[in-house]
Design a protein around this ligand. Structure first.
Ligand code: HEM
Length: 375
């Protein structure tokens, strides 16, 4: 029931935004902002702003995961997930720019208060770890910092007990499947040429789709090789090109007919689904799925750029010295940008993508409400 008119609580800007609380948090370890120089207050504020952006990113990724959890995904849910990912992209773009503010800190200025931080480090940012876990970065794929044992160890308090940061990350680890897993499950269920995974005839249809697709890939590769050979002069160059294109063809075949994955048949269907969605993206039923795959690539590209941008800022401010957390510093950060990739299959499908005019015709265009020209 609504409160009687005139008795509801009305707020001011400073109450709603909690401005006083917010502005009281920049006192550093001393708890006394007045005793700190501007460089250090800037250092603290910039980190706090990042933690706030991380908070929003976590909420959006969590919401996207929710939309994919539990059964068939309606079109509205897909558009909701795309919206969430696009917002995350915009936030990460700002995060990338934001390092510029930190770069107003010269090496000498930073060194004047760096000792106070030791051995604290961004390596202890619980929210970045939560984002990585929510996305689907697995423990086996993590780089070791070199000194702290694993990343969970780094989140313990100095006496070895569990900190609130540790508990937060542990909570995310226990919170259910990652965004990568739920999206993989959705891709697995996506009909390919009109057949869902459990439909009668699905296996044969999938085999035919992959075979015809690989045939088209090989025809494109053969065409590219022919053009390349016509331009190169030495026999050695020609042999290099032949080998390079042969390797590409074998790579595509191995990608679409995987062996040695945890579940080859499932991985095969998921990869084929990604290719199907991106190849036949004009079909109305595939327009939101295609937007989602594009948003995933955009998101992951920005996240990699964010890591690389952080590494370049770090190199500018502290050079290549050991980090406060004890890692190899810039080398460690560059390695994370290279290695911490989540949606590898979505990216890999970009390599096998072919021109639309070369794509195999649909076997069941009626499933997609598609009427061929002239019929
Ligand atoms: C002068 C400023 C900065 C320097 C010199 C610096 C340096 C470093 C170094 C060397 C590492 C590697 C771990 C270690 O050995 O400590 C690291 C990790 C990290 N830093 Fe920074 N950093 C700075 C500012 C920032 C800012 C503004 C953020 C805000 C997002 C940030 C977030 C992180 C995160 C999340 C990690 C962990 C990365 C990972 O393990 O993948 N850092 N930083």
């Amino acid at each position: 029931m609504l409160p009687p008119m005139g008795t509801e609580k009305r707020v001011n800007y400073w109450e709603y935004i909690r401005v006083d609380d917010l502005l009281s948090l920049q006192g550093g370890v001393e708890g006394d902002e007045a005793s700190l120089g501007n460089d250090e207050v800037m250092f603290i504020v910039v980190h706090q702003v990042y933690e706030l952006w991380f908070k929003l990113i976590l909420r959006e990724l969590g919401a996207a995961r929710e939309l994919f959890s539990g059964g068939p995904v309606a079109e509205q849910a897909l558009s909701g997930a795309v919206h969430a990912l696009r917002r995350v992209c915009t936030i990460i773009e700002r995060c990338v720019d934001h390092f510029q503010i930190m770069e107003t800190l010269s090496t000498r200025d930073y060194l004047s208060f760096r000792d106070k931080l030791m051995p604290a480090s961004g390596f202890q940012s619980a929210q970045l770890r939560q984002i990585e876990i929510l996305l689907g970065l697995e423990d086996k794929d993590r780089l070791s910092l070199g000194v702290e044992g694993d990343y969970m160890q780094a989140l313990r308090a100095h006496d070895g007990t569990r900190s609130s940061a540790y508990d937060k990350v542990e909570g995310t680890r226990a919170s259910g499947p990652s965004l990568r897993s739920v999206i993989a499950e959705w891709l697995y269920r996506t009909p390919i040429d009109g057949y869902g995974p459990d439909d009668e005839g699905a296996a044969g249809s999938l085999d035919r789709f992959i075979e015809r697709y690989l045939g088209a890939v090989d025809a494109e590769i053969a065409g590219s090789l022919e053009v390349a050979l016509s331009r190169s002069h030495t026999a050695e160059d020609q042999e290099t090109l032949r080998q390079r294109y042969a390797k590409e063809s074998a790579g595509q075949a191995a990608f679409l007919n995987p062996t040695g994955e945890v579940d080859d048949a499932r991985t095969r269907r998921i990869r084929a689904a990604i290719l199907f969605i991106t190849t036949y993206r004009e079909l109305p039923l595939l327009s939101w799925p295609r937007e989602l795959l594009d948003a995933i690539v955009e998101f992951e590209q920005l996240f990699v750029i964010f890591r690389q941008r952080h590494a370049r800022m770090v190199e500018r401010v502290i050079g290549r010295r050991t980090g406060t957390g004890g890692s190899a510093g810039v080398d460690y950060l560059d390695a994370t940008a290279l290695k911490y990739r989540i949606f590898k299959d979505v990216w890999a499908c970009r390599t096998c993508q072919i021109q639309i005019k070369a794509a195999p015709p649909l076997e069941r265009p009626d499933f997609y409400g598609f009427v061929a020209e002239g019929s």
